[in-house]
Design a protein around this ligand. Structure first.
Ligand SMILES: [Fe+2]
Length: 284
């Protein structure tokens, strides 16, 4: 197995490993350490013949969890979702905005958001595009001006299913799904349980209020944080190759999907999320 850094700010590729094979505990530990260090890992040339093989591969990095909505579940599977660029909202009949098409971290509105998400490319658009982009939120936090760091220290933000300020519309949910995730207060500066480092934990899709602030004041602070993290120096843009299995750490990275060059071409992936813990507030 070889691990090479591929992004300046985050991201490494892992080659010479076949995740269909049973891995010894030393290799699994190396993979998990690399995940903590690089935030995004790309396993090249994976040859999963079935979703079950993708599930076993993902289990090397954590425990798969069922998706929040039933809509995209791969028929016959509890924990695998389908990701297509030309989906429809089955409840309203309207086309869905590019799924994941703006900066976010997955399901920060859950009490225990998934620690990681993994994608396996099944079909990629031949004309290119459809990159997945990432932001290193350790760097975003570190580089904040001192007064802003001071302002967010020890504070929480409210994570709604869909913020009133969200840049795109999310899927309509059933009553049952709404009850399962009505929103929760989360630390704005989150201590990563493995690295021990503080990361900025905000989500333009879901951050709806700041603890102890009026709406306008909270919105202004969120806007400052959004302008700050959206910086090419903190980013890696992943250009997909066939056989790529990608995994990222939702605790210290934001991500977004970009559309294929030709939107008529299919970009089709399988997705598995891995269970996470209660987010920990970083020491002020
Ligand atoms: Fe996502």
């Amino acid at each position: 197995m070889r691990i090479n850094r591929i992004g300046d700010a985050l991201g490494a590729e892992v080659t010479d490993i076949d995740l269909r094979e049973r891995l010894d505990s030393g290799i699994v530990a190396k993979i998990n350490n690399a995940f903590t260090d690089h935030i995004v890992l790309v396993f090249r040339n994976q040859k999963f013949a079935s979703p079950d093989e993708f599930i076993s591969a993902a289990e090397n990095l954590g425990e798969p969890m069922p998706p929040v909505t039933m809509t995209y579940r791969l028929p016959g599977y509890e924990v695998v979702e389908e990701l297509k660029n030309n989906s429809m909202d089955k409840r309203t009949g309207n086309p869905i905005d590019q799924r994941g098409g703006s900066w976010h971290t997955d399901h920060s509105n859950l009490e225990r958001p998934p620690k990681a998400t993994t994608l396996f490319a099944i079909s990629l658009p031949s004309s290119g595009g459809g990159n997945t982009e990432f932001t290193n939120m350790y760097l975003a936090f570190e580089s904040l001006p001192g007064d802003i760091k001071h302002e967010i220290a020890g504070r929480r933000s409210f994570q709604a299913y869909e913020s009133r300020r969200a840049p795109r519309k999310l899927l309509t949910r059933s009553e049952e799904e709404i009850e399962g995730s009505s929103g929760v207060w989360q630390p704005i500066v989150r201590k990563h349980p493995e690295s021990g480092k503080p990361a900025l934990y905000i989500n333009p899709m879901r951050s709806d209020a700041i603890e102890g602030m009026e709406e306008r004041e909270g919105d202004e602070l969120l806007d400052i944080l959004y302008r700050h993290f959206d910086n090419p120096d903190f980013q890696y843009s992943h250009e997909w190759r066939p056989g790529d299995m990608l995994i990222w750490d939702n605790r210290c990275a934001l991500h977004q999907a970009t559309p294929p060059v030709n939107p008529q071409e299919l970009r089709y992936m399988h997705r598995i999320m891995l269970k996470g813990d209660l987010p920990i507030m970083a020491d002020p």
